[in-house]
Ligand binder design. Structure first.
Ligand code: FAD
Length: 108
C-alpha cells in the first residue's frame, strides 16, 4: 500500500495546485465537475481511514465544497487541510496565506 505520509504530501500539492490554477470565475458546469471530482477523490483516496474521515468531514453542512471562485476554493481546500492537520496534532496553517504558499510565492 502507498506510504501515507508521501501520499499525503503529494496529494496536498496536487489539490492546492489545482485551486491555485482554478479560474477566478468558473463556469457553472466547471463548478459542478469540480464538486464531483472532490467527492470521487474522497471516495478513491488510497488510504482507507483517511478517505473515510475526509468524506465524513465533507458531508458536514459547514464543510460543503465551495467552488464558486478561485478564492473560495483555495480557502476551502486550506480549511480541509487544516481539519487533517488538527486531527494529526499538527499546527494549523493561516489560510490568509494559502495563495502566497501555492500560487504567488512567499515574499520573504
Ligand atoms: P502536509 O500536511 O502534507 O502539507 C504539505 C505542505 O502544505 C506543508 O509543508 C505546508 O507548506 C502546506 N500546508 C500545510 N497546511 C496547509 C493548509 N491548511 N493549507 C495550505 N497549505 C498547507 N495522514 C494520516 O496520517 N492520517 C489521515 O487520516 C490522513 N488523512 C488525509 C486526508 C487527505 C484528503 C489527504 C490529502 C492527506 C491525509 N493525510 C493523512 C496525510 C497528511 O495530511 C499529511 O500529508 C502527511 O502527514 C504529511 O505531512 P507533512 O507534514 O509533510 O505536510
Amino acid at each position: 500500500p502507498p506510504d501515507v505520509t508521501l501520499l499525503g504530501r503529494s496529494s496536498w500539492t496536487l489539490l492546492h495546485s489545482i485551486t491555485a490554477t482554478y479560474p477566478v470565475s468558473p463556469t457553472p458546469s466547471l463548478q459542478r465537475e469540480t464538486a464531483t471530482f472532490l467527492s470521487t477523490f474522497a471516495k478513491l483516496y488510497p488510504c482507507w481511514h483517511c478517505a473515510s474521515d475526509f468524506q465524513a468531514w465533507m458531508k458536514e453542512d459547514r464543510n460543503a465544497p465551495r467552488v464558486s471562485s478561485r478564492e473560495e476554493f483555495g480557502q476551502w481546500m486550506c480549511e480541509a487541510h487544516n481539519a487533517v492537520n488538527i486531527k494529526l496534532g499538527k499546527k494549523e496553517f493561516d489560510c490568509k496565506r494559502w495563495e502566497e504558499r501555492w500560487r504567488t510565492g512567499w515574499k520573504d
